[in-house]
Design a protein around this ligand. Structure first.
Ligand code: ACO
Length: 330
């Protein structure tokens, strides 16, 4: 049995923070942020948790498919900002959404979380273990970014993207292949030092601001360009695809310069690259499903389009999925 994305939905909070907001609060400029990252604005949630970003996105996704939350078999939440360490955000989403018949779990792979989750959801459908998997990629990065650190504060945003994965009607369409990698040597290049079992929360950890994202930006940049290009080249080669066969490349949205470098290495023109980083910043596990949902809503994917998703993130983690779009235009 072949698995396919059969519905999409996304949600971003209403409050827009343009680069001018950081010009007022930090030693930075709109020109620096735009030229070094490609980000013009992002959304931050004033209240609520990651599950509150997911629920409206999930509702739109299920409404688009015309099914009730009770029809969902499994909820997977890819996130690095769970509502709490325990219980899972998937359990909270299940309750808030009313997905009363679903089981589920969280998946921790940072910016690669959605791609990893799509592989898991695909295998569940292919094996017959589930008929419908609600895959959510969501992060409330404003809860873990140090507003005083100009090198990270400007990069991230809050948002959620959700897809429904079900059996494909047409066996030639849907999710065809994947490549996933991990290199644990990257642990401290991008991490949150405290709050886990390695360094539980303490007065010291709070005083020393160790509950925020810490990264070696240039090291992550270099690793992301190489890692994303390699994983994408690998999936193209495995499937005997030339760059001109690809209708759309959907890369994780961390930095426009990373995306441009990867697209150049692959020989894919930017007119075939999904880009929304300028409006949302890096929403981590949400970037790819928000892009899929926006492009689907706008009717930019045609049935049968060959699409490659590519991600790179903390861990380090990397993943790529090759699919043929199985939904009709809205
Ligand atoms: N405004 C002005 N100056 C800044 C800012 C800012 N917001 N942030 C950093 N700088 C300064 C630095 O302090 C440094 O100053 P110095 O030379 O006096 O020390 C200078 O700019 C250059 O810093 P670099 O870090 O070398 O700048 P770079 O061109 O590499 O860009 C950036 C930094 C944007 C963080 C880049 O390294 C990057 O995007 N890295 C990837 C990180 C990332 O995207 N992480 C997200 C998660 S992982 C993922 O999603 C793939």
């Amino acid at each position: 049995m072949r698995a396919a994305i059969t519905a999409t939905g996304h949600y971003v909070p209403p409050d827009v923070y343009p680069n001018a907001y950081f010009e007022r609060n930090l030693d930075t400029t709109d020109a620096w942020i735009q030229s070094r990252t490609g980000i013009a604005e992002r959304r931050f949630a004033a209240t609520g948790a990651t599950s509150d970003l997911i629920v409206p996105a999930a509702q739109r996704c299920l409404e688009g498919r015309g099914i009730s939350p009770a029809a969902v078999d499994c909820v997977i939440v890819a996130t690095m900002t769970p509502d709490r360490l325990c219980p899972s955000t998937a359990a909270i989403v299940q309750r808030k959404l009313g997905a009363v018949n679903a089981w589920g779990f969280d998946l921790a792979a940072a910016c690669s979380g959605f791609v990893y989750g799509l592989v898991v959801a695909t295998k569940m459908i292919e094996s017959g273990a589930a008929r419908s998997v609600l895959l959510c990629g969501a992060d409330r990065m404003s809860s873990v970014v140090d507003a005083q650190d100009r090198a990270t504060a400007v990069l991230f945003g809050d948002g959620a993207g959700v897809v429904l994965v079900e059996a494909a009607d047409d066996e030639s369409l849907g999710i065809l292949d994947h490549v996933c990698h991990m290199d644990g040597e990257g642990e401290t290049a991008l991490h949150i030092p405290a709050g886990g079992s390695a360094q539980p929360a303490s007065q010291h950890s709070v005083t020393h601001r160790q509950h925020y994202v810490v990264q070696d930006g240039p090291a992550v940049f270099r690793a992301a360009v190489v890692g994303m290009a390699e994983v994408t080249q690998e999936i193209l080669k495995r499937n005997d695809l030339q760059q001109q066969d690809i209708a759309w490349l959907v890369p994780h949205q961390a930095n426009r310069r990373i995306i441009e470098a990867v697209a150049k290495r692959l020989g894919v023109g930017l007119e075939r690259v999904v880009l929304n980083l300028d409006r949302y910043g890096n929403t981590v596990a949400a970037t790819i499903p928000i892009g899929l949902s926006e492009w689907n809503d706008a009717g930019r994917f045609a049935p049968g389009d060959r699409i490659v998703l590519s991600a790179f993130g903390a861990g380090f983690t990397a993943g790529s999925v090759y699919l043929r779009w199985a939904m009709k235009r809205p």
